[in-house]
Design a protein around this ligand. Structure first.
Ligand code: C2E
Ligand code: MG
Ligand code: MG
Ligand code: MG
Length: 288
């Protein structure tokens, strides 16, 4: 009967909740030692100029190779790291690691790192960023820091001061996942952004329905008027590419151009692209 069904459904719910909670606790415990054990690695995903499809930047994305669970996705462990405060030491490691990898790339290749809201309350943030750039001989103008609206909403004053300081040193600031929050449009003018990253849900939506592309081109329009660059996220197909090009996005990121990959593969990608440029130049010379 209905009553019994309800009760068993409730029991089932409790059990699965317990599993979720236990797994979370276990992950939190293991994450404590992940940095020192060298289980965290950075992968890098290419960002290209949509005008000529040339590689312009890489976004650093965290990966956790858990000794027994295998690969744990950032969607699962970043919230745990944020809640536990572990995002602070992890975040500092990301900054150091990304700068030392970027130092091995040619100077015209830029790079981006993601910052969590809590990191803006960390006094070590700014000195670590500037110190890591300096130590590795990487110009601050090559770095973009990506943050979401929540970083600004939750840590208003501190975030603003930190962003201003970074920007005064030449670091670029990107608003990540634009369009998924609620305070979007007003925040574009209130904070010192250089780049707007249009969330991948827009591209996915626009390829299904005829009106969502109007939203993308309106965002690009607005961004351009405010003097901001746009990056379209989640470009997986040639249809997506055509759509965001038409909408007026400046840059693109997505599986079509490349998945997040280990630093060693980025070096190969850069070398291949450089050779292609050299060959194109040589062919032009022969032609003329
Ligand atoms: P994000 O910063 O918006 O990064 C983009 C995410 O979209 C990445 O997921 C990337 O792998 C994925 N992606 C890129 N192109 C495509 C595509 O064409 N199709 C689809 N379906 N997905 C695509 P990932 O690596 O799982 O990271 C998820 C989120 O975790 C990131 O979103 C970011 O918010 C957070 N995260 C990753 N690394 C760090 C980090 O070092 N620090 C902090 N605080 N957060 C990080
Ligand atoms: Mg990002
Ligand atoms: Mg994003
Ligand atoms: Mg995201």
């Amino acid at each position: 009967n209905a009553k019994e069904n309800k009760r068993s459904a409730a029991c089932f719910y409790d059990e699965s909740m317990e599993l979720v909670v236990t797994k979370r606790a276990a992950l939190m415990r293991d994450l404590r030692h992940a940095v020192e054990k060298g289980e965290l690695v950075l992968h890098f995903q290419p960002i290209v100029d949509l005008a000529d499809s040339k590689l312009v930047s890489f976004e650093a994305l965290l990966r956790w190779r858990h000794p027994s669970r295998g690969f744990v996705s950032p969607g699962e462990f970043i919230p745990i790291a944020e809640e536990s405060g572990l995002i602070l030491p992890i975040g500092l490691w990301v900054i150091e690691e990304a700068c030392s990898v970027a130092a091995t790339w040619p100077e015209h290749i830029r790079f981006a790192i993601n910052l969590s809201p809590r990191q803006f309350s960390d006094e070590r943030l700014i000195p670590t960023v500037l110190g890591a750039l300096e130590k590795n001989g990487v110009g601050p103008a090559r770095l973009t820091v990506e943050l979401t609206e929540t970083a600004i909403i939750e840590h208003d004053g501190k975030a603003l001061a930190a962003l201003r300081k970074l920007r005064s040193e030449g670091v670029k600031i990107a608003l990540d996942d634009f369009g998924t929050g609620f305070a979007s449009l007003s925040y574009l003018t209130k904070f010192p952004f250089d780049v707007v990253k249009i969330d991948q849900s827009f591209v996915r939506e626009a390829s299904r329905n005829n009106n969502a592309d109007v939203v993308i081109s309106s965002i690009c329009d607005l961004a351009a008027r405010l003097g901001l660059d746009t990056v379209a996220e989640g470009i997986e197909s040639l249809d997506h590419l055509e759509l965001v090009r038409k909408a007026g996005c400046n840059r693109g990121q997505g599986y079509l151009f490349g998945r997040p990959e280990p630093a060693i593969d980025c070096s190969t990608r850069i070398a291949v692209e450089t050779l292609r440029g050299v060959n194109a130049g040589a062919i032009k010379q022969i032609d003329s």
